[in-house]
Every structure is written in structure tokens, then in C-alpha cells.
Design a protein around this ligand. Structure first.
Ligand code: DAH
Length: 335
């Protein structure tokens, strides 16, 4: 049987089809239900167990090469046709594609802060220890520096774990006043689930000038929350800790789903956390050669996925990176 298969492989390889009829002849002879290959597969059932592996491999080789040959004939027959028969030059159906929800919300956020005079800056995704940790006042033994949380690429180099690194990059080279938004992708060594991912997006905000106060921070964030989620939205600031801000806070907004009455999204508290913020720690200003006796500032950072989930009621982070057209096509936008 081996010999017969080998002869047919040679036959198949030597076959050339000049017309559609030739191609169809080829298909009937080898690949149809009553064709030679099908016959061989029937016969294969009777092959003794010791020979099955060898003969089986050869038979599969024959089948694949015949199929490839047929695909090739079809392709040659009509350049616009793929092997599946679809015509790639046809006009596309109604759906023209849409922006990714993360891009829509990123733009919404930047537009809102743009109206308050914030401009946009970006920084590298591969970052050194100084910009990601040390200049931001992270203690030597801070857990975020741990291999478990950070993707290290070398001794002093890692995928940035937050966009706060961009604050340092810009402050190092710009004299205040500085009023900037810093969007970008960040990476953390997390197990992927509905609520966590190894990469996601953040937007960082920074305002450094003379006499910047916590009241300025609060009013700026209230404006943002009401522009983003509607003017009935309330905010609350809870004391928290970040190495690079002092004092630090986390901000909650009244739940966008139940308007504060209590539901699964806000775990029946009426509030959902959306960002971290605080007054820039004087030692961070010093690290960036800005005099903390003259200048003060506030900073904040938020996850774009989180804002998008709340705005559109998306309940699984993984949807943002799966590229499922059914999910993505729901986000129509003018931008
Ligand atoms: N970098 C923080 C994080 O990734 C978020 C953050 C908190 C940014 C407070 C800030 C801030 O600028 O002031 O969790």
C-alpha cells in the first residue's frame, strides 16, 4: 500500500491544471467521496497495527498535498477568489468598524481635562528603576518592586507598572508651571481574570505651580467626574497611601449603575472607587530638581478600563483585548 500511495503522491505533484475543468477533474479523481484518496482511507482500516503509523502519515501527506494543489488551482483560476471562495475585492458589508472603547474613553478623559488647560504628554513603556520607582519615593523593599508584580527586563529595567513614571520624566525637563495628562499602557505580573490583566491603560494627571492646594485637586476631580458620568455624580475622597503623594487619597464616585442606592457593582455601598490622587510629595519634587519651598502640586492616576467598565456597564476586563467584533461593534462614536 505504501508504494501505491507514493505513486499517487507523485501523480498529484505532477498534475497541472490549465482550466477550471482540469481542476474539477483533479478534484473528482483524488478528493471527491469516491476519489482515490477516499478509497485509500477505506483500505487503511485493514492495515495491520504495526504499519498503521507509517502508512497513516504517508496517507495524510497525500491528502494535504492534494488539497493544497486544489487550492492552488482555484487561486490561479481567478485571482480575486480565495480558497474559501470569498471575493476580497467586493465592497464591505454595512459595518464600517468603530473605535475601540478604550480609545473612546481615553479621548473623553483627555478632552475633559483639556478644557481645564491640561496638555498631553507620553513616556516610554520600557522604563528604568529611577523613573518607575526610586524618583517616586518607593522604599527599597516596597512590594511593587517585587518580581511577582513587575515584569523585569533586566537589572534596572522593567515594563512600567504605572504612568506615574511619566510625571518624573516631564518634571525633570520642564520648569513649572506644569499641567499635563499622561495616557499610556502599563504592565503588571497578574493572573488574567475578569477583574485583572497583565496589561491595561492608565491616565495620569499632574499640576505643579505656586500655591496649588488640595482644594484645587478636589474641584478638578469633581469637574471631571460630573463631565464623565453626569452632573448628578457625587465624589468622596478617602485617605490612602501612595509613596509619591502626601497626603494621598482614593476617590469614589456615587455608583453609576444604581445612583447610590446599592447594587452588585458597588457591593451595596453606593460608591465605586475610580482613582488614586494626592499632593505631590516634596521629595518627588526634589528628585526632579523642582524646589518644594516654592512649588506644590497635585497628581492623580486612573485606569481607563475601569472608567470604561463603569461608563458602559462592561463586566469583564478580558473583553477589551479579545478583539471580538460582536463586542467592539457596539461602540459607535463620532470621534
Ligand atoms: N500610580 C498609582 C497606581 O498605579 C495611581 C496613582 C495614585 C497615581 C495616586 C497618582 C497618584 O498620580 O497621585 O496605582
Amino acid at each position: 500500500m505504501r508504494d501505491r500511495i507514493e505513486t499517487i503522491i507523485k501523480e498529484v505533484e505532477g498534475f497541472s491544471a490549465k482550466t477550471k475543468e482540469n481542476a474539477e477533474e483533479f478534484r473528482l479523481k483524488y478528493l471527491s467521496r469516491k476519489g482515490k484518496i477516499s478509497e485509500l482511507f477505506d483500505e487503511f482500516k485493514t492495515v495491520s497495527p504495526e504499519l498503521k503509523k507509517d502508512v497513516g502519515q504517508l496517507l495524510n501527506r497525500l491528502k494535504i498535498s492534494a488539497q493544497e494543489k486544489l487550492d492552488h488551482f482555484k487561486g490561479d483560476g481567478n485571482e480575486n477568489e480565495t480558497s474559501s471562495g470569498s471575493d476580497l475585492t467586493m465592497p464591505s458589508p454595512d459595518w464600517r468598524g468603530s473605535r475601540h472603547p478604550i480609545s473612546i474613553v481615553r479621548k473623553n478623559i483627555l478632552d475633559i481635562f483639556g478644557r481645564l488647560g491640561f496638555t498631553v504628554e507620553e513616556g516610554p513603556e520600557i522604563e528604568d528603576d529611577w523613573h518607575n520607582f526610586t524618583a517616586l519615593n518607593f522604599p527599597e523593599d516596597h512590594p511593587a518592586r517585587d518580581m511577582q508584580d513587575t515584569f523585569f527586563l533586566g537589572d534596572n529595567i522593567a515594563l512600567r507598572t504605572h504612568t506615574s513614571s511619566v510625571q518624573v520624566r516631564i518634571l525633570e525637563k520642564t520648569a513649572p508651571p506644569v499641567r499635563i495628562m499622561m495616557p499610556g499602557r502599563v504592565y503588571r505580573n497578574e493572573a488574567i481574570s475578569a477583574r485583572a490583566h497583565c496589561f491595561f491603560h492608565q491616565v495620569e494627571g499632574l499640576y505643579v505651580d505656586k500655591n496649588v492646594s488640595f482644594a484645587d485637586l478636589k474641584q478638578t476631580l469633581l469637574y471631571f467626574a460630573q463631565e464623565m458620568f453626569g452632573e448628578e455624580t457625587k465624589i468622596r475622597l478617602r485617605p490612602s497611601y501612595f509613596p509619591f503623594t502626601e497626603p494621598s487619597a482614593e476617590m469614589d464616585i456615587s455608583c453609576t449603575i444604581c445612583a447610590g442606592k446599592g447594587c452588585a457593582v458597588c457591593k451595596h455601598s453606593g460608591w465605586v472607587e475610580i482613582l488614586g490622587c494626592g499632593m505631590v510629595d516634596p521629595s518627588v519634587l526634589k528628585n526632579c530638581k523642582v524646589d518644594p519651598e516654592v512649588y506644590s502640586g497635585f497628581a492623580f492616576g486612573m485606569g481607563i478600563e475601569r472608567i470604561t467598565m463603569l461608563k458602559y456597564g462592561v463586566n469583564d476586563l478580558r473583553l477589551f483585548s479579545e478583539n471580538d467584533a460582536k463586542f467592539l461593534s457596539q461602540f459607535e462614536s463620532e470621534i
